[in-house]
Design a protein around this ligand. Structure first.
Ligand SMILES: *[C@@H]1O[C@H](CO)[C@@H](O)[C@H](O)[C@H]1NC(C)=O
Ligand SMILES: *[C@@H]1O[C@H](CO)[C@@H](O)[C@H](O)[C@H]1NC(C)=O
Length: 479
């Protein structure tokens, strides 16, 4: 879905930062000898890393050349004599280049003027040298998409200037060092796709803009988060507890807490168009979708690219129109009931809403007007609700594995009772006297169901108290 966005902000910040520190251009002839300590460190760094065949990075690192500052790829120096290395970028970063192998040399810690250290994707293994904590001028560390292992060095919590720390897509273990909370300049922290575990530190740095912890093994409650936060993902962890702490994060534009065990209600303040990506699917969330008049600052509307995914939770009550106009809206597999407000239908017809998934709820009416044609680009799924889906809508557009258990459809029928709490699973063999129903569900040939028969009326006739059913009607069965 919106996953591609994840890389944009950090990359942007990196570029912004990278610009002033790339001082190669400012370095004027006649050149000075590079600092001997830095030169020795470059020797060590090169001896612990190598180009993977297909990568051409180290060929320019010729130690007989008079001026590493201008001839070595990835190296940029300060203009003042003796030149010191201020920026080191290891690897070409070209998408067709497999990158570097080896490990990171502790002698990096002798590059004490370094402000930026970047390692491009490759298969570099071993630990992140704890000695990096000596590099007090570092503003950017980006060591992503390699095979770095071991803990995040606690020494990184002592870097006073660090602005961006991106260690994502490695094999780092252990917990998030509590000391990171004390970093005064940290704006971007990306630890996604590692093997980090344990609970998060109670506080997170107060001016952080971007925090990405997704796909780790983190547990526990959400910590106290900074009010400045604009991007927050902790998707794909084992975190639990309420979402109350998010209420005051008014700057958030991207929130992804999907695939955790969060519970309780979704704070009302999160239903606002400025939070244009809200991904809370596959949690244990309950409560309703608030009425828009309760939502502060909801005068603007959701725009292009907006996505809200609240699917696979326990949301109940009637759908308010707070989410009308979201471009991709996933509310499937909840306990929503009643009539879908007209605003949603209208937004689908206008083409503002391109995806609307409402399957697997207790919805009783989607007020389609006869004769109105849906735009081709729309994906609308209404099946598995308390209504016969409007003809031509819902069944064909549903994803093949819309339900919790798609196999359920072939041989059993699920009836959810009126109070939405108890559910009753019946094998079709238990329903042999319900011939008509059986044929509707079972057959792939259109059965002899008179046009206009509502399945809920069939249930009613059979004495079942039922406001909803899960249908498995073959396409065209009711037409
Ligand atoms: C840092 O430089 C000093 C002086 O050149 C050297 O003795 C020391 O071994 C270097 N440290 C590392 C970790 O390489
Ligand atoms: C999910 O919520 C239910 C109550 O709605 C509770 O019994 C269950 O323990 C919760 N599960 C988790 C993992 O929080």
């Amino acid at each position: 879905m919106a996953q591609d966005n994840n890389f944009l902000l950090p990359l942007f910040l990196l570029l912004l930062l990278g610009h002033p520190t790339t001082t190669q251009g400012e370095y004027q002839q006649p050149h000075q000898e590079i600092s001997a300590v830095d030169l020795a460190a470059l020797h060590e760094i090169k001896s612990s890393l190598a180009d993977i065949p297909g990568t051409d990075f180290f060929s320019s690192w010729d130690f007989t050349s008079p001026d590493p500052c201008s001839s070595f790829s990835g190296v940029a120096c300060s203009p003042t004599p003796p030149p010191r290395i201020t920026s080191l970028t290891l690897g070409t970063g070209l998408s067709d280049s497999p990158g570097l192998a080896g490990s990171l040399s502790p002698s990096l810690s002798n590059l004490t003027e370094l402000t930026q250290l970047v390692l491009f994707p490759g298969i570099v293994t071993g630990p992140i040298p704890p000695q990096l904590g000596n590099l007090k001028k570092l503003r950017v560390i980006s060591l992503t998409n390699n095979l770095l292992a071991g803990p995040i060095p606690t020494s990184l919590s002592t870097l006073p200037e660090i602005h961006t720390l991106d260690l994502s897509h490695n094999q780092l273990t252990g917990s998030v060092p509590p000391g990171l909370s004390g970093l005064p300049m940290l704006k971007v922290l990306i630890l996604a796709s590692n093997r980090l575990s344990g609970e998060l530190p109670r506080n997170v740095p107060t001016q952080l803009l971007h925090l990405d912890l997704k796909n780790n093994r983190l547990s526990g409650w959400l910590p106290k988060l900074p009010l400045s936060l604009r991007y927050f993902s902790a998707s794909g962890n084992q975190m639990w507890g309420p979402l109350n702490g998010l209420e005051s994060l008014t700057e958030l534009v991207y929130l992804d807490l999907s695939m955790n065990h969060f519970s309780g209600t979704i704070p009302t303040s999160l239903f606002r168009p400025s939070l244009s990506s809200m991904l809370l699917q596959r949690n244990n969330l309950s409560g309703g979708i608030p009425q828009p008049h309760l939502v502060v600052g909801s005068t603007s509307s959701y725009g292009q690219g907006s996505i809200v995914d609240l699917s696979h939770n326990f949301l109940s009550g009637e759908l308010s129109n707070a989410l009308a106009g979201v471009e991709a809206l996933y509310l499937n597999n909840n306990r929503l009931m009643g009539k879908v407000p007209w605003e949603y239908v209208e937004s689908v017809y206008r083409g503002s809403t391109k995806t609307l998934y409402l399957q697997h709820n207790y919805i009783s009416d989607f007020p389609l007007e006869a004769g109105m044609a849906l735009p081709d680009s729309v994906s609308l799924c209404l099946s598995y609700n308390c209504m016969v889906p409007p003809v031509g809508v819902g069944l064909s557009a549903c994803p093949p594995s819309a339900g919790d258990n798609p196999n359920t459809c072939s041989n059993q029928l699920m009836v959810r009772s009126n109070d939405h709490l108890r559910s009753l699973r019946m094998k079709l063999s238990d329903l042999t006297n319900i011939e008509l129903l059986l044929r509707v569900v079972e057959t792939t040939k259109p059965p002899a169901v008179p046009r206009g028969v509502q399945l809920k009326n069939i249930f009613k006739a059979l004495g079942l108290v039922c406001t909803s059913y899960v249908t498995c009607i073959p396409r065209g069965a009711l037409t």
